[in-house]
Write a protein that binds this ligand. Structure first.
Ligand code: ZN
Length: 408
């Protein structure tokens, strides 16, 4: 594992960068090559720290003399054509960077915030289609992928993606949106913030300061002849109720909600005050998903699981797999090689739980059954739980049993 503190202590402070234009260009290039999502330029007490966020983790890139702060920030301001002398207020601007290797323009969102040591700059790299590259079927296992595709076909029902924490929710939402041709449908989204511009999709940005919220947007939107509505997040009763109403009036509504399982999502909506009879008819599918670390393909090695863990793994998989198959599964773990030590993990994958609305579940919503009761019943109706899905992925050597057990 990388110890950033150790790396930083060993690094010499670079006195001066002679060619700031080249230096900044090089930082962008490096970030794109490494598939970093953010570039942080942070003035500290003794030096200027440059870090990348790659997947979830930070990687220290450079340590510069503090004198370099001003030229770098000036260069960034020139690139985004904003006022150079403004450094008292937080600012947001955009740089369009031409990435020669892929022959395309990359949008970089720049945010500055005055700190006690000058200005801290954070740049988010918005690679077009980044949410599609390298994400094979979004890591849905075949049975779940079939369920999702079937549910998307039927449309006109509300679909919720459940999220326990911050974890790339835009990836899933845009992956779903990609199933629809925006010229065949009227697609409207309300986002916070808008990260990717999608051609022919009507994207709006939440602006609470002028009361442009999910509620006001949804109310106006019904007069905009929409087919597909994407609501970034359901946080309150008003949004939940309006979303349900829109779904009941033949719109496909996509949204996310912060819960930790598919059935907990239903509970959450009931607790918010959504009428059970409306909910049971409006809801079509709930996808709950969690991010997991993907195993390093270069150094993975077979692991002998401790007796107790093996027992737990087997008991979890018996209901959905053949017993002899389960008993013969082989699992892998990381050995840590140069490759994964440096790039950390190459990518992440998801574990899913896909709950499809069926008559038995409608009945359970109407009598307000508990989330546990719903989960138990859903398992009898072939819902694969998050843990089962993660363990299947461990058995496919995509991740580890240790990672899977962290999910519960
Ligand atoms: Zn490795």
């Amino acid at each position: 594992m990388i110890d950033n503190r150790e790396i930083l202590e060993k690094m010499e402070i670079k006195r001066s960068i002679w060619d700031v234009v080249n230096y900044v260009n090089n930082i962008f290039l490096q970030a794109l090559e490494r598939n970093a999502s953010d570039i942080h330029i942070e003035p500290t007490e003794h030096f200027l720290l440059i870090r990348f966020r790659q997947d979830w983790d930070f990687i220290v890139i450079d340590k510069l003399d503090r004198d370099n702060i001003s030229p770098i920030i000036t260069r960034l301001k020139v690139l985004s054509k904003v006022k150079i002398d403004e450094n008292k207020k937080p600012q947001d601007w955009k740089i369009v960077y031409y990435y020669d290797k892929e022959k395309q323009n990359i949008d970089i969102r720049v945010s500055t915030l005055p700190t006690n040591y000058w200005e801290k700059v954070v740049m988010r790299i918005l690679k077009p289609d980044a949410w599609l590259t390298n994400i094979e079927k979004l890591w849905f296992i075949d049975t779940n992928l079939e369920k999702v595709r079937e549910a998307l076909k039927s449309s006109y029902w509300i679909i919720l993606v459940a999220w326990p924490t911050w974890s790339w929710k835009s990836t899933t939402l845009f992956w779903i949106l990609k199933n629809y041709n925006p010229l065949e449908y009227n697609i409207s989204t309300l986002e916070d913030p808008i990260e990717y511009n999608i051609e022919y999709v009507n994207q709006s940005q939440v602006k609470p300061e002028i009361w442009f919220t999910f509620g006001t947007w949804l109310r106006s939107l019904v007069r905009q002849d929409p087919d597909i509505i994407m609501v970034w997040e359901i946080r309150d009763k008003e949004t939940a109720t309006l979303a349900v109403e829109a779904a009941l009036t033949w719109h496909l509504v996509l949204s996310t909600i912060h819960t930790n399982s598919a059935t907990a999502t239903i509970q959450r909506l009931i607790n918010m005050g959504v009428e059970t009879f409306l909910l049971s008819s409006a809801l079509r599918m709930v996808i709950s998903q969690r991010l997991m670390k993907k195993i390093c393909q270069d150094c993975k090695k077979e692991i002998e699981l401790p007796e107790l863990i093996l027992k737990k793994v087997r008991e979890t998989l018996y209901p959905i797999m053949d017993k002899s198959e389960v008993d013969n599964l082989v699992f892998y773990e990381w050995a840590w090689c140069d490759k994964c030590n440096w790039t950390w993990y190459k990518w992440r994958l998801w574990a899913h739980e896909v709950l499809i609305m069926e008559p038995y579940m409608e009945e359970m919503i109407l009598r307000e059954a508990s989330a546990n009761e719903m989960t138990e019943e859903a398992k009898k109706h072939w819902m694969i739980t998050i843990l089962q899905d993660a363990l299947i992925k461990s058995a496919l050597w995509l991740t580890t049993v240790e990672e899977s057990l962290k999910l519960i």
